[in-house]
Design a protein around this ligand. Structure first.
Ligand code: ARG
Length: 276
């Protein structure tokens, strides 16, 4: 824990340094981890007291290629998760630092303690519960199927049809990936680093459909001509925040914050801002 805190502070300082020095520098967010600090402590009581708590940071791991939950607006990571996390951090009197990484690296980062929690439209699953602990759920997700307009695939059942050979694109390490690999076999599934890459592969004809969460699916379809989302859905899920196994102190704090932010309408307000 000590080490994590020190690391977080070092990261925050490095980040500030980056802001100061990156005016014309080019960044490649695709394959390097990126940190973004969101100062949520400004409006907390602790801050005016000038004690150390308010300058503490809390580090969230995410994969910021998943609109409207987490995505880049310029150099900042914004979205439903980013804002809910900032509100939780504020309740804890901490400054939120967001670390962007591959989705498939988030659980390892949480397990190793190099970050404090993971929040990435992440579904609670049996498999993940063996590796991390989950907070109470703050949102629901639905796995949907994106196809090209006029596709022979018109319902989810078509994918399961006897003799069907349709190729499925997914984001590596997601539930869409594990469900599709289980249902159709890994030969029919192609894993991409991001949902966007999977969608581009669909548009380019490399795969016949993409299985992904409904809200990002809407964003991808809106951004790419000629794609539609099937009406029949593939799976229903619950999103939650994950922490290192056994970190019951942080988990209790996060759960208490989610409860309060639900009761006072903060979470609904954030969701309504991004999902019309
Ligand atoms: N809900 C899915 C899962 O938990 C997909 C989440 C992907 N999130 C992301 N930020 N890329 O596996």
């Amino acid at each position: 824990m000590k080490f994590t805190k020190i690391l977080s502070i070092v990261l925050a300082i490095m980040m500030l340094f980056t802001f100061v020095s990156c005016g014309s520098g080019s960044t490649d967010a695709k394959d390097t981890d990126t940190e973004t600090a969101v100062d949520t402590s400004a409006d907390t009581a602790a801050d005016t007291e000038g004690d150390n708590e308010a300058t503490d940071t809390i580090v969230m791991a995410t994969n910021a290629a998943f609109p409207p939950y987490e995505f880049y607006e310029g150099e900042n990571i914004v979205g439903i998760d980013a804002e809910i996390a900032a509100a939780i951090a504020a309740k804890l009197g901490k400054t939120l630092v967001i670390e962007d990484m591959e989705f498939s690296s988030i659980i390892t980062a949480v397990q190793s303690g190099s970050v404090d929690f993971g929040m990435a439209g992440m579904t609670i699953t049996e498999d993940r519960l063996l590796e991390v602990d989950f907070s109470s759920s703050y949102a629901n997700g639905v796995q949907v199927v994106i196809v090209k307009e006029g596709s022979a695939i018109t319902t989810v059942d078509d994918l399961f049809a006897e003799g069907a050979t349709y190729k499925v694109g997914v984001q590596l390490g997601t539930t869409g990936d594990s469900y599709a690999s289980g249902d159709f076999g890994t030969d029919r599934v192609t894993q991409y680093a991001t949902g966007n890459e999977a969608v581009l592969a669909l548009a380019g004809g490399d795969v016949d459909c993409v299985i992904i969460d409904n809200e990002p699916a809407k964003a991808y379809v809106a951004a790419n001509e000629g794609l539609i989302i099937l009406e029949s859905t593939y799976a229903d899920e619950d999103y939650a925040i994950c922490v290192q196994k056994g970190n019951s102190e942080l988990l209790a704090q996060i759960d208490a914050a989610i409860l309060e932010l639900t009761a006072d309408g903060t979470i609904d307000g954030i969701v309504a801002k991004y999902i019309k």
